[in-house]
Design a binder for this molecule. Structure first.
Ligand code: B12
Length: 277
């Protein structure tokens, strides 16, 4: 018997739930196959006892579609899909692609540019302070200040533009299950600061849980570049990239910090890789 995850409120109720634990928002169509991040993340959560409802390729022009399942019990999980939404929509020559591999019939135009940011902002419009957790390629690769080919400038961490609570980077299996269990125990999302493989934004100077890659400054705060410096000084940008690169290993990796005015982006060290089993 087919056992797809629910895509309508009726299918949520058929499983004996009023509302799902999570609503999984994705820029791709729902493909329940283990080469797709969306299927892996939702099935790993299901294995741990959490139900995800799938909200795939929602209409982003208003908040209505994001209310389809009601306010989820624990939060929203948001991903642009298998690849960055800008890569999905445009060629390297910045021309619009005529087709989209991850849309039924290959139809183009079913996801917005910068999908993670657009979806998260619609969710905030619909449900205010509901926990929003982002992951997948678009979120992962835009977790720190980054050069954006499409706008030809250095953009801020996607956490600031999306206003998501927590970003999971790299392979998400371990981090997402850990976060789900903490939320299920009633831990407020704003207090979850110690999970490897995640990033968050907090007040400048807040105590962090992992040793910062750059050590501490004279004021006792973790050392890190200011976004304005990264956006204007190429040598600083290159150095910041080196720091990210050198801290991508779960054995030696430390926390990476960046400053945005009075706010601080903290990227915790990575999760260990999965074992073969
Ligand atoms: C296999 C592959 C392909 C195959 C796809 C085959 C298929 N049928 O799926 C082929 C060769 C066709 C292909 C084509 C292209 N590819 Co390709 N491909 C890959 C590759 C090597 C692996 C992708 C994969 O399947 N991974 C396995 C899945 C399960 O992993 P995942 O999606 O990352 O999901 C994990 C995490 O991201 C995370 N996660 C995912 N979603 C979510 C959601 C939440 C909420 C959370 C918490 C976590 C989470 O957890 C998941 C499980 O660990 C990656 C490089 C890489 N090593 O990742 C490049 C990569 C994805 N490809 C890339 C590119 C550019 C392309 C092309 C655009 C190339 C081109 N110019 O045509 C096309 C895209 C075609 C299209 N429109 O989609 C880029 C994307 C860059 C970007 N910023 O988006 C990558 C990253 C390579 C690179 N470094 O440049 N590709």
């Amino acid at each position: 018997m087919p056992n797809f995850l629910p895509v309508t409120p009726d299918e949520v109720r058929e499983r004996g739930y009023d509302v799902p634990d999570f609503v999984y928002v994705c820029g791709d169509a729902y493909v329940d196959h283990p080469s797709f991040g969306a299927a892996i993340i939702t099935r790993v959560l299901e294995d741990s006892g959490f139900l995800c409802a799938m909200l795939c390729q929602p209409d982003w022009r208003s908040a209505d579609d994001f209310k389809r399942f009601g306010r989820p019990r624990l939060g929203f999980l948001v991903s642009a899909g298998n690849i960055d939404s800008m890569v999905a929509r445009y060629t390297a020559a910045k021309k619009k692609r005529s087709s989209d591999y991850y849309t039924p019939g290959g139809e183009a135009g079913r996801r917005p540019d910068r999908a993670v940011t657009v979806y998260c902002n619609r969710i905030r419009e619909a449900y205010g302070d509901v926990p929003i957790l982002i992951g997948g390629l678009e979120a992962s690769l835009r977790r720190c200040a980054h050069y954006d080919y499409w706008s030809d400038k250095v953009r801020r961490s996607i956490l600031l533009d999306s206003r998501a609570d927590i970003l999971m980077y790299g392979m998400g299996e371990r981090a997402v299950v850990r976060l789900a269990k903490l939320l299920d125990r009633g831990v407020p999302v704003g207090k979850i600061r110690d999970v490897r493989g995640t990033a968050y934004v907090c007040k400048r100077g807040e105590k962090i849980n992992f040793e910062p890659a750059g050590g501490y400054g004279d004021d006792g705060a973790p050392s890190g570049y200011d976004y304005e410096v990264l956006a204007s000084d190429r040598a600083a940008y290159a150095d910041a990239f080196r720091v990210q690169y050198e801290n991508n290993d779960h054995v030696t990796g430390r926390a990476v910090v960046e400053y945005y005015g009075d706010r601080m982006l903290v990227v915790n060290p990575p999760q260990p890789p999965l074992e073969e089993a």
